[in-house]
Design a protein around this ligand. Structure first.
Ligand SMILES: NC(=O)C1=CN([C@@H]2O[C@H](COP(=O)(O)OP(=O)(O)OC[C@H]3O[C@@H](n4cnc5c(N)ncnc54)[C@H](OP(=O)(O)O)[C@@H]3O)[C@@H](O)[C@H]2O)C=CC1
Ligand SMILES: CC(=O)N[C@@H](CCC(=O)OP(=O)(O)O)C(=O)O
Length: 309
């Protein structure tokens, strides 16, 4: 039997990409509202309560409103792509590689990780959990995102102003992803996070510099890489680079991907290292992650419909 999946926010950037990934999937029947009803609370409430799964691809306030429209006795299971519920009680963080596939598979409420957080947590969480990096360290994280990361409004801004070469924001530290980065990486101190947007439609680089020689108990770069390689060994989505590279290049024309690529670089004298994640903000950073969680919740192959090498 095919499960009904309602996408609330289906004509937004994330919603459209989820719909593309669910097209031609016999396990799911996609439900969307016509243009005239897509922001109508009563129509949304009916669609939410009648669905087997609802995927919220909405701004935070609208996502909170959507959850409020669900009747207590409705059986609908929810995946929220917004920031609204990522550290809320009763919600499972939809990062199966980190929280466990069974936790996501059995959850009624799943919050999709933020795109930047996905890169940071993927790099740091397994290493802290294993005691190879300290949890009580003031980590820093620099990142760049393609402009589709800011949804329709930022796409319009960048495509309307091709002269923008770089946009730094959240300059006074305190980006909305910091809370989930701290919680799911297992840090006692919030990371100092410096994001920026570049004139590419999609793509993301998340860079965590490590002054290893100053970090109590930190392992060598090789040991960090080996652990990440073993940790993600069973994953088709997350891959750890084991061959050395001289440069990493984000290409504007790169095909969409739901994969996540991790790199570890160590200084020859062992004093410093850099952990770098490359991903597609609309892939494992949003729509691909939502479909991965949906697959697990529906009991089908976790990578079905994903765009993987
Ligand atoms: N883009 C990305 O790479 C990522 C996005 N996310 C998150 O996913 C969510 C969606 O983002 P994104 O798709 O980029 O944003 P968009 O702005 O592209 O899409 C949001 C959609 O929600 C619609 N909407 C707004 N309010 C309501 C409402 N009350 N009822 C119904 N629909 C409504 C908008 O309508 P209208 O078309 O009329 O504006 C729009 O179509 C956000 O919370 C975002 O932070 C998370 C990770 C990455
Ligand atoms: C480039 C850009 O603007 N990116 C968004 C984050 C995209 C994302 O992960 O979204 P949510 O956490 O809101 O779901 C931002 O920094 O606000």
């Amino acid at each position: 039997m095919s499960a009904a999946v309602f996408i609330d926010g289906a004509v937004g950037t994330t919603g459209l990409e989820i719909a593309e990934r669910l097209a031609e999937r016999p396990e799911f029947t996609l439900v969307t509202l016509p243009e005239g009803q897509r922001k109508d609370a009563a129509a949304r409430a009916d669609a939410l309560n009648d669905a087997d799964f609802a995927i919220l691809c909405l701004p935070d306030d609208a996502a909170r409103e959507a959850v409020g429209l669900i009747d207590p006795d409705s059986a609908v299971r929810v995946i929220d792509a917004s920031t609204a519920h990522r550290t809320s009680d009763g919600w499972t963080f939809g990062f199966p590689e980190i929280v466990g596939r069974d936790a996501v598979a059995g959850a009624a409420r799943v919050s999709n990780p933020g795109c930047y957080s996905t890169g940071f947590i993927a790099l740091v969480a397994p290493l802290i959990r294993e005691g190879l990096l300290p949890g009580d360290w003031p980590y820093t994280c620099n990142a760049v995102s393609g402009y589709s990361g800011g949804g329709k409004a930022l796409i319009e801004r960048f495509e309307g102003d091709p002269d923008i070469a770089w946009r730094g924001y959240a300059l006074a530290p305190g980006h909305k992803h910091v809370a989930e980065m701290q919680r799911f990486a297992g840090l006692s101190i919030p990371p100092l996070f410096a994001p920026a947007v570049i004139p590419a439609h999609r793509g993301m680089v998340v860079d965590v510099p490590l002054p290893l020689s100053a970090m109590p108990g930190a392992a060598t770069a090789d040991a960090l890489r080996d652990h990440l390689t073993g940790f993600y060994a069973g994953s088709r989505v997350v891959r750890v680079a084991t061959e050395p590279v001289d440069e990493l290049v984000l290409r504007r024309g790169r095909a969409p991907t739901d994969g996540l690529e991790l790199h570890v670089f160590g200084a020859p004298d062992g004093s410093q290292a850099r952990l770098i994640a490359m991903l597609d903000n609309l892939g494992k950073g949003a729509s691909g992650a939502a479909v991965q969680s949906l697959n697990l919740m529906a009991g089908v192959d976790e990578t079905a419909g994903l765009r993987l090498p």
